[in-house]
Design a protein around this ligand. Structure first.
Ligand SMILES: Nc1ncnc2c1ncn2[C@@H]1O[C@H](COP(=O)(O)OP(=O)(O)O)[C@@H](O)[C@H]1O
Ligand SMILES: [Mg+2]
Length: 286
């Protein structure tokens, strides 16, 4: 695994900066944000797109899945701080080309690390808009011109990191488990979006849809539950649910996507992610 800014620079990705940015969000942890982000990135890659992943969760599970260990190395937090002029005393010498990492599957990743949990405090005193640091960072480095799709994995929190993500992306996918905590997590993010809209902080991203996850296939009630949730979510596509699949556990244990397995057992899930990837492409096409 190596860092390769030069290779990234002269790619065939759209030169006008038309790359699309998608985040996987839910305030609740354990609902499948990272799993969905990881496999969606692979689905888009398998469709021939150039993909960058950005880990925005201080617990850095997304980075770990890509085999990147951020301990003792620079990550997204350092890049974000470095891109705020007012924080000059805190700047480090880390460059994007040292942080961006190409994985063996040809997807690039900007990892996260524990320091990202201090982001909110770090930018607390700055005069420039604290909510737009990630947005400005992406613009500064023209990342949209280097990639077709940028996939952001969100943290299981509400707060400045989440607002930064919502103000940087074109569309959001919302994985959730059909329980009340997970659905409350979705409602809380909708409230943040409402606040962003009301305060005119930034353009509000498109709702690309809800991804029901860990559905209990044994329950006869599934269809009824699903319909109830669909109506409660009030608008927005609801994807075909993912049930509890041992394939995810197996793939994750090997730090692989479901696309790296040829066995028939994986075909359905692969198809689900390809359908999601195609839907997202169609929704965000200009
Ligand atoms: N459909 C599924 N079937 C089985 N295990 C799953 C499924 N979705 C997620 N998992 C597992 O659940 C755990 C939490 O998922 P993760 O994607 O890390 O959630 P989040 O990012 O929202 O915290 C992970 O160990 C993951 O492998
Ligand atoms: Mg996660």
């Amino acid at each position: 695994m190596k860092s390769l800014w030069n290779l990234v620079k002269d790619t065939s990705a759209q030169p006008e900066g038309k790359g699309k940015i998608i985040a996987l969000m839910n305030q609740k942890g354990g609902v499948g944000k990272t799993t969905m982000a990881f496999n969606l990135a692979h689905a888009l890659k398998s469709e021939g797109h150039k993909v960058l992943c950005i880990d925005m969760d201080p617990q850095f599970n997304f980075s770990s899945l890509f085999g990147v260990n951020p301990q003792g190395r620079a990550h997204i937090h350092h890049l974000l701080v470095n891109s705020v002029k007012e924080l000059k005393p805190l700047h480090t010498t880390d460059l994007l080309d040292e942080v961006i990492t190409r994985t063996s599957v040809g997807i690039d990743i900007i990892p996260a690390g524990q320091e990202l949990s201090g982001f909110e405090l770090t930018v607390a005193g700055i005069q420039s808009p604290r909510q737009l640091v990630l947005n400005k960072f992406i613009k500064k480095y023209n990342l949209r011109s280097m990639y077709d799709y940028i996939i952001i994995d969100g943290p299981p929190t509400l707060g400045l990191l989440v607002v930064n993500i919502l103000c940087a992306v074109d569309g959001v996918l919302y994985p959730f488990v059909p329980d009340s905590f997970s659905q409350q997590g979705l409602k809380n993010i909708q409230q943040v979006l409402e606040d962003i809209r009301e305060m005119e902080i930034c353009d509000v991203p498109v709702n690309l849809g809800y991804i029901p996850n860990l559905f209990d296939q044994r329950r006869k009630q599934v269809k009824a539950d699903f319909e109830k949730i669909e109506s409660e979510l009030g608008g927005g596509k609801v994807f075909t649910p993912f049930t509890n699949k041992v394939q995810f556990t197996k793939a994750q244990a090997q730090r692989k996507s479901v696309f790296e397995f040829q066995h028939n057992d994986f075909k359905d899930i692969q198809e689900q992610f390809l359908t999601m990837a195609r839907f997202v492409q169609a929704e965000l096409r200009q």
